[in-house]
Design a protein around this ligand. Sequence first.
Ligand code: SAM
Ligand code: SF4
Ligand code: SF4
Length: 374
Amino acid sequence: MGETVIPLTDLRAAASLPPVPEHAGPPAGRVVDRLGRPLVDLRISVTDRCNFRCSYCMPKEVFDRDYRFLPQPDLLTFEEITRVARLFVAQGVRKLRLTGGEPTLRKGLETLVSMLAALRTPGGHPLDLTLTTNGSLLERKAAPLAAAGLRRITVSLDALDDAVFRRMNDVDFPVADVLRGIDAALAAGLAPVKVNMVVKRGTNDHEIVPMARHMRERYGPRVVLRFIEYMDVGATNGWRMDQVLPSAEVRARLDAAFGLEPLPAAAEGETAERWRYRDGAGEVGFISSVTQAFCGDCNRARLSTEGKLFLCLFASRGHDLRALLRGGYDDDRIAAAIGLLWSGRDDRYSELRGRAEAAPGSGERRVEMHYIGG
Ligand code: SAM
Ligand code: SF4
Ligand code: SF4
């Protein structure tokens, strides 16, 4: 049976120009939003293109041959990305995640990684620099990325069964190539590798236990498998609540199969709830953005491929930082503009989800995830 696919309204043009103070001194090194949440994590989308068409993210019916991806001149250059990342670091960011679309499709990605790896916190420490990928090109990219200074990696993999995986990526991509990519990442020293599995009830929930078994038996603690609740991101995937398998149910299935025990509370702002196998075979995580909102300590900002800042995954409007980067403003003024935007933030979509004002489809259309980065 076909999926319901909602046609796309192009929200990419909807961005506001951030207010920039006339004069600004050096950034303070920490900024908190209206709910007291610090700015710590910046996710940077380096391309809006992808070689997969996962139905929950870029359904083929919408992202087809006629879809207009961003033209090259609209993309932030590596120099612009590095400059703006440096200004975010000056405002408190400690963690950078490269994402997309499929980030490994961006030409010369290793060069960008080496430029970002050279950044330091005000205290002189390197940043936590990581990448989320579908793993399709990882077999040959893992070693150069690690050599360029990448410190960690997350690989998305929704099924171990080849037929199920090919159906979910919708481009007939084989699972074996992604598994070889995970091996290559481990061989390149990127352990522990996180593997993210989006669980969609009736599509791949029968793959939960086989996937866990494979990862435990083959890799043990060197791979941390994380189960993500299928989210109502964007406006094209036709999301329905009955397709969400709550993390509690995923956990119960794993507990019955292998035995689990909770790990102490994760670091502040950490999205995954951590558990471990009782027999010591490693750790699993649960990202329950639908059934257990974690907006309370959300410290994540997202930068789109063309330099728009999104303060929430479910925002419908970005703030055009590229206009500042290309507009002749000095570093202190741009850092101050970033600080002002963050200090005005009060987003908490997941906590409001289900209430009338945020019911899916009832409010403003949301921007697509491949564009602002997951
Ligand atoms: N292409 C890369 C990948 O798939 O890892 C990076 C970008 S992708 C948008 C980032 C993450 O978002 C992936 O782990 C993907 O599974 C997740 N994702 C995309 N759409 C989602 C949805 N509707 N619900 C939950 N997770 C989703
Ligand atoms: Fe591409 Fe990642 Fe979205 Fe799948 S989840 S379509 S791999 S960007
Ligand atoms: Fe953060 Fe928005 Fe997700 Fe809440 S809904 S956790 S504020 S990104």
